[in-house]
Design a protein around this ligand. Structure first.
Ligand code: 13P
Length: 303
């Protein structure tokens, strides 16, 4: 079942859990993460980033079709849209193909720009996306790179009062916050600023919040964050690592190279199942039923 991210996060926010958002790369990994969500009867947000596939319209369209056919609620989100460029036109060049592919949500990442420019661009992009019925995630502060974590050189923590202003000024549907996580492998030990997270949630009147850089953050930290108002957790690196380990240790017959796809599928699925359970999303698919989407599908004779 296909949903917007706004719809998925509203329920997660009310019910106090987080939905995992795995980074997929192709049809195989799209199928693996959907299989995990179906096994756990959990909602799912599939994150797709631009540089990982030569044709995002193709991959997005294919993922949308799989989501439509799935028994669990799924949103398809552009991850870090436009982050490689500072200008609005380049960002639109990434966003527009996603509308064409049928994404139900986009993240427009202008978090490297000064506050006023971040607001100006995100506001405009949000108006465009909402007109197309697509939800919007944006980032304030900046979640840095795990490689630089030990000196915190590229991390800017989110200011709670600025967060409140940012949400009001842009009209976004959820906010990615920087509270001590980092993308990729951490150099050093992750330290989450839970006081800051609590303040952001309170000051923004319980606005849906997103945590990037889930991998390596630690079970306790993630569980606590998801109980304190984080409603979406992005995960990439831990899935890649689990899969690499499974391939390296698999007993593969060189004459049957195709067996490798099953090893990759199973390792992605099993790793994600652990995340779904950890974040409290297992069994939550039913919270979305009966939904408007299901009603519509029934009226149209879809199911
Ligand atoms: P990790 O690879 O650290 O899990 O981060 C993923 C992410 O935040 C994608 O936006």
């Amino acid at each position: 079942m296909l949903y917007t991210m706004k719809h998925l996060l509203e329920t997660a926010n009310k019910e106090n859990f987080a939905i995992p958002a795995p980074n997929i790369q192709n049809e195989l990994t799209a199928r693996a993460v959907i299989e995990a969500a179906e096994k756990c009867n959990s909602p799912l947000i599939i994150d797709i980033a631009f540089p990982i596939h030569p044709d995002i319209v193709f991959l997005g369209g294919l993922t949308r079709r799989l989501a439509e056919e799935s028994s669990v609620p799924i949103a398809i989100n552009l991850d870090h849209g436009g982050s490689r460029w500072a200008d609005l036109k380049s960002c639109l060049r990434e966003v527009m193909p996603c509308f064409r592919a049928g994404f139900t949500s986009i993240m427009v990442d202008r978090s490297s720009l000064p506050y006023d420019e971040n607001v100006r661009q995100v506001k405009l992009l949000t108006e465009v996306a909402h007109a197309a019925g697509v939800s919007v995630e944006a980032e304030l502060g900046h979640v840095g790179d795990g490689e630089k974590y030990d000196n915190k050189s590229d991390m800017v923590l989110t200011d709670p009062h600025e967060a409140k202003r940012f949400i009001q000024e842009t009209g976004i549907d959820c906010l990615a916050v920087s509270v001590g996580t980092a993308h990729g492998q951490y150099k050093g030990k992750p330290h989450l600023d839970f006081e800051r997270l609590e303040k952001i949630k309170t000051v923004t009147d319980n606005f849906p919040l997103v945590l990037h850089g889930g991998s390596g953050t630690g079970k306790e930290n993630l569980q606590k964050a998801s109980r304190m108002g984080i409603n979406k957790v992005n995960v990439g690196t831990d899935l890649f690592k689990a899969s690499l380990h499974a391939v390296r240790t698999a007993d593969l017959d060189s004459g049957k190279i195709y067996d490798i796809w099953q090893v990759i599928n199973d390792s992605w699925r099993d790793e994600l199942i652990q995340w779904i359970e950890l974040l409290g999303a297992a069994g939550k698919a039913q919270e979305y039923l009966p939904s408007e989407t299901v009603q519509k599908r029934k009226i149209n004779g879809g199911i």
